[in-house]
Each structure stands twice: as structure tokens, then as C-alpha cells.
Design a protein around this ligand. Sequence first.
Ligand SMILES: Nc1nc2c(c(=O)[nH]1)N[C@H]1C(S)=C(S)[C@@H](COP(=O)(O)OP(=O)(O)OC[C@H]3O[C@@H](n4cnc5c(N)ncnc54)[C@H](O)[C@@H]3O)O[C@H]1N2
Ligand code: MOO
Length: 414
Amino acid sequence: MQAKQDPCSHPGLMHPDQAIPKLLDQVQPTADTEVVQLNQAMGRILAEDLASMLDLPPFDNSSMDGYAFRLADLQQSSTLKLAGYSFAGHPYEGEYQQGTCIRIMTGAPLPACYDTVQMQEKTQADGELITIEAPDATGANVRGRGEELKAGDKVLVKGIRIGAAEMGVLATIGQSQVRVYRQLTVAFFSTGDELRPVGSDLAPGQIYDSNRYSILGLLQKAGVNWLDLGVIADDPEAIRAAFLEASCNADMVLTSGGVSVGDADYTKQILDEEGEITFWKMAIKPGKPFAFGKLGDAVFCGLPGNPVSSMVTFYKIVMPLLQKMQGLPPQPSLSVKATLTSPIRKHPGRVEYQRAILSRNAQGELEVCTTGSQGSGMLTSMSLANSFIVMPQMQGDTPAGTLVDVEPFNEILS
Ligand SMILES: Nc1nc2c(c(=O)[nH]1)N[C@H]1C(S)=C(S)[C@@H](COP(=O)(O)OP(=O)(O)OC[C@H]3O[C@@H](n4cnc5c(N)ncnc54)[C@H](O)[C@@H]3O)O[C@H]1N2
Ligand code: MOO
């Protein structure tokens, strides 16, 4: 018997693997850049390749608290005479004398002509006479000038997002300012007469506007400015006015709700009049009625109103669009195979992103189960999950024990 088709699917809906690259072709990376102080650079996208201005480390130095000496001197005697001190920031400035050693601290410059360091624990001090256990090789416990990087070596490449490690690397190479791409602005509004702001009372038939907050969270993770246009009533003129304001002030106009076929679903209709819808509906669950287009110079993305649909379409479609517009290269998603521990119910027709918990069993093998009911209004299915099970478009019901594709959430969703 043939599996029953997904009632929400219909022939001609494009597979996300085909549709998303087509949408990506319709947006361009910003060309605008600005210079920011290093302490403002976290999360920004680097707009230039950067080479080190210095050797790293900039001078030979000790990796241990101990004594510096010439290894050859230890062949004459294992006891050397203390000739001076080298502290981090206060190098030894005397000359090398045969048969001597220098008290040296971690990070302190290795004095010229001394070639090796022994850690304190492998030495014995008797006044100024230091007995040293010979290390295996010349250069032991020495971090050589330029061993990490030579001046002129490329350190960071254009198009990376500056994270905590990059902040440190930039400081290490002496970069007090950095050129980054302009931060994009995304204008957001939700539509729906049933929506009320959190903190207010609910009348019968009303619900809280939760998408505003889940989408705000995602936009913050995306590293863009957020222009909040609030909740717009299901009124064509109010939606039109919001679109016009948004398109004048933002690189992307993002909306939630009103993209399906209901009597009050005006978002798509008004956008058709004021701008251009170039794409509507793909074979994805949840999120089929996702809409895409242009509004003036801004890109338009219409997220379906169902709370899980809006998050999934943001993650799978809007996020890669924003990444490209920000100047980031494509960020491939990680996929692993895991064994289903409970059956999955699915109609053939759309690729499904089932919210799931990925873990390792006692044998160390990857296992996965769904978070339970998968209704696209059930936002707790997202908050319980750490991954998506990605079910192929024409797959039907799937028994426990099947090996399935799983995409662990990346930093955007965690
Ligand atoms: N006859 C059909 N009906 C529907 C279809 C279809 O193909 N034919 N598609 C369904 C699918 S799939 C989806 S997804 C939804 C999307 O509809 P809209 O984008 O028009 O969204 P709304 O109708 O405005 O809302 C849907 C649902 O989500 C709730 N919602 C909306 N906004 C918010 C918000 N900001 N915070 C929390 N919850 C929100 C809203 O109350 C509705 O329950 O259409 C199906 N229908
Ligand atoms: O595409 Mo919808 O998100 O299934 O409810």
C-alpha cells in the first residue's frame, strides 16, 4: 500500500536543497566597511586579511620558572654559578659568562648566548650554586622567537566572525583597531490580531507574541541590529505603512505570520503590491509558506507565524542569507548518522526537521529520539531539543532502529 501523502504538500514545491541556493543567489554581501576599536570588535565580520606585524613570540623566552644556561656548560659540571635574573618585562642585561646560569621566570626573555632552560623542580640551589639536571636537548623549555608566526605571515582572513580567540589574536599582533563590515539592520514586525505583548492580560482568543522573542534571540545571535516595529494588526494599510517604514531603514525586512492562505493573511498580498515576491512556499516542514522577495533596496523574508515554523525557517533560510549579506562565507551545517530509538510518523511530501535529542548510549554509539509531539505551534519541542532529525522528502513512517541524518544545533540555536 502507498504511504498517505502530506496533506500540506503539493506537486511542484521546491526541495530546500534546491530552493535555498536560489535565494542565496538573490542577495549580495555588503560592500560597506568601517574601522572599529578592538574592544568593539567582538562578533563583527573581518573585512580585510590581516598579517602579523611582529614575530610571535617576539623574542626567545622561557616556558618555565627555572634557570637558563648553555647546555654545553653542563657537560663540564652539573653545578653552575648564578649570574643574574631575567623576569618577565625585566630582561637580564649582563654578558654571558661560561659556567653560569640565570634565574629565569616564565615569559622572561632568554638572555643572549644562553640556549636552554631547566624547570626549577629539576634543580637544587645552594646559595649562588645551582645544581641542574641536564635536559635532553638544547633549547629545552625555550619558546623560540617567531616559532608561532613570522612578521608578515597571514593570521586572520577576511570574512571570519571575530570571536573571543580572534580578539586575543588581534591584540597579540598589536592591532588596536580593525576593519569590519558594516553591521546590518533587520526590521522585524509580527502580524496577527490575536497577539498581545507579554506583560499584558489576555482576552479570550488572544495569545502572547512569542515569535518576537525567539526571533529577537536569533537576530542577536546573528550579530545584526534589530529594528523593532512591534505587532501590526491584520489590517492591509497598517501592514503597508510598516513595510514602507521598514524598507527605508533596514537591509532586511523580516515578518512573522500572514504568509499562508487565510482570509487575514495580508503580508504576502501587500508585499506583492509594494515590492516583489520572488519565491513562496517550499517542501519543508515546518515552514512551508516561507516567502522571499524585495522591497525597495531591502530583502524581504516572510516567516510563517507558527512558532516552530518561524524558528526553523529562520535557522535554515534567513540565517544563511544574513551570513552572506554580512560578508561571511557559506557555513556548512554538520550532519551525523544516529540510530532512531523511537519510531517516527511522517507523510511523504516535505523534508522534515523533527526536533530531537541526540546522545551517546552506554556503548558510545550515537542515538536519537524526537522530543515528542511535533506540532509546528509547540515551541517546547525546540527548547527540549539539541538537534534536528532531517527526514528526506519522500520518506514515510520510519521504525525505531533506522539510521537517520541528524544535524546538531550550532551556536545559533544553542
Ligand atoms: N488552508 C491552509 N491553511 C494553512 C496552510 C495551508 O497550506 N492551507 N498552511 C499551514 C502552515 S504549513 C503554516 S506554517 C501556517 C502559516 O500561516 P501564517 O504564516 O499565515 O501564520 P498565521 O496564520 O498568522 O499564524 C499561524 C499560527 O501561528 C500563531 N502565531 C502567529 N504569529 C505568532 C507570534 N508572533 N507569536 C506566537 N504565535 C504566533 C497564530 O496564532 C497561529 O496559530 O498556516 C497553516 N495554515
Ligand atoms: O509548514 Mo507549517 O509550518 O507545517 O505548520
